[in-house]
Design a protein around this ligand. Structure first.
Ligand code: PLP
Length: 473
């Protein structure tokens, strides 16, 4: 494909994406086809000779899009949102076109420097503590996901807890990670990858009313471990848990971590984006105690997957834990000590130019545009929660400080499960579920930039009418 062919095909692809977004609301949110449908519709192998882009686009329409869950659909209320946006797609397109590898400063100086500045911009935007800014000992980096951020935080925490021996000796004794019973599954996975064993994570009980970690339970767990010769390495606190968006009490947890010298990582994968709004920054109270923090612009900040923003208060510790310098990567800039080599801040060596999409998004929307997006999600969730509260057949099962509402029918769990099954089967909406304090609960997470009051009201009408059917028959 020469540049002129690319130009023509590229316009056709951009048109295709614009048409997809324009017609998205008319499609079923989820695929209506049984497993294997997409695979069966694909040709048995590649064609001997190349095909025009139009043939590929036709198959996108015929085979691929009917087999998708449409995450950008205005009726998509599942999991947490995974927003994308025009500027994000275009930034990613430029990144793909440049094809730069940003593993070292020397392999793409602008790739590194734009990322450093974007992470400082984001820190400013969220009003994060000064200790995370690159102007001091801290700094930020883009990881592919919050799961990777947790893994990296755990590895540095092990390095610290071992007195700096971990990079030579590995896991030389029993170490423990702590998170609440509501902490994300990526914490357990990180502990397994790091070699902490099946009991590497100790789940700490939550307050059943708030679903937030109970600090006194954390202290008791740490004390018990220390008495048994287990070394506490890291506490992962959550701002906005996956099930219900509960907020762990960072001031109390931070004080305990400081007392015992334990690394505190704060996982705000979904809810961190809320801090762009001053009125929601209370959700980050106590963050100044954290050694590391992350949130996913790829969830609720209009930036397409993958983009996790991860900060550490002391970049030196991180680099010491992870750096490996083979001869073939040596270069004068790295040796000068004047540059950042992001390969030392993550698990892989290679890295894409992901800062571009952030730059495009931040410049296109501006601070006020991003605040408007978050405020719209929160207002729509409040609107939906009001409907739930006004109908005696339903009840809320958790607080809703962000854009997620958890609720159920005042009936047996199976009845709520049947309600979810039936509304999702219509293809008009997609909701997911969880358990809150052992009880089945539906989750409605607002997040698509296409979702408006009309879509939330339609979702409510559908739920209310289906509830009548489910409860009466
Ligand atoms: N942490 C929390 C609190 C989450 O809710 C999620 C995903 O929803 C994750 C971590 C994992 O995010 P990622 O897909 O970026 O690894």
């Amino acid at each position: 494909m020469d540049p002129e062919e690319f130009r023509r095909a590229g316009y056709a692809v951009v048109d295709w994406i614009a048409d997809y977004w324009t017609t998205l609301g008319q499609r079923p949110v989820t695929s209506q086809d049984p497993p294997g449908t997409v695979a069966a519709a694909l040709s048995a192998g590649p064609t001997a000779h190349g095909e025009p882009i139009e043939a590929v686009l036709a198959d996108l329409d015929r085979v691929v899009t009917p087999g998708l869950t449409h995450w950008q659909h205005p009726g998509f209320f599942g999991y947490f949102p995974a927003n994308t946006s025009g500027p994000s797609v275009l930034g990613d397109l430029v990144s793909a076109g440049l094809g730069v590898q940003g593993m070292l400063w020397a392999t793409g100086p602008a790739c590194t420097e734009l990322e450093t500045v974007m992470l400082d911009w984001l820190a400013e935007l969220l009003d994060l503590p000064q200790r995370f800014r690159s102007t001091g000992r801290g700094g930020g980096v883009i990881q592919d996901s919050a799961s990777s951020a947790t893994l990296v935080a755990l590895l540095v925490a092990l390095h610290r807890a071992s007195g700096g021996r971990w990079r030579e000796t590995g896991v030389d004794r029993r170490y423990r990670a702590y998170t609440s019973t509501q902490g994300h599954s990526s914490i357990e996975k990180a502990a397994r990858i790091a070699g902490l064993g099946s009991d590497g994570v100790r789940p700490v009980e939550v307050d059943p009313r708030t679903q937030a970690m109970r600090p006194e339970e954390l202290r008791a767990a740490i004390e018990a471990d220390r008495a048994a010769g287990v070394v506490p390495a890291i506490v992962v606190a959550t701002v906005g848990t996956t099930s219900t968006t509960a907020i762990d009490p960072l001031p109390e947890i931070g004080a305990i971590c400081a007392e015992y010298g334990i690394w505190l990582h704060v996982d705000a994968a979904y809810a961190g984006a809320a801090a762009v709004c001053p009125e929601l920054r209370w959700t980050h109270d106590g963050l100044e105690h954290a050694d590391s923090y992350c949130f996913d612009p790829h969830k609720w900040l209009l930036t397409g997957f993958d983009c996790d923003a991860f900060w550490v208060a002391d970049a030196g510790e991180l680099i010491e834990a992870l750096t490996v310098l083979p001869e073939y990567l040596r270069n004068a800039a790295s040796e000068s000590g004047a540059v950042i080599d992001y390969r030392d801040w993550q698990v892989p060596l290679g890295r894409r130019f992901r800062a571009l999409k952030l730059w495009f998004v931040l410049r296109w929307y501006g601070v006020e545009g991003l605040r408007a997006h978050i405020r719209s999600g929160v207002a729509l969730a409040d609107r939906f929660a009001e409907r739930i509260e006004a109908d005696d057949r339903f009840e809320l099962t958790a607080a809703h400080p962000f854009s997620l509402v958890c609720f159920r029918l005042r009936a047996a769990d199976e009845v709520s499960a049947e309600l979810l099954r039936r509304v999702n089967a219509t293809g008009r909406v997609h909701l997911t579920h969880t358990r809150v304090d052992g009880r089945y609960s539906l989750r409605l997470a607002v997040g698509s930039p296409l979702t408006t009051e009309k879509h939330v009201d339609e979702a409510w009408d559908l739920l209310a009418a289906t509830a009548t059917d489910v409860l009466t028959g």
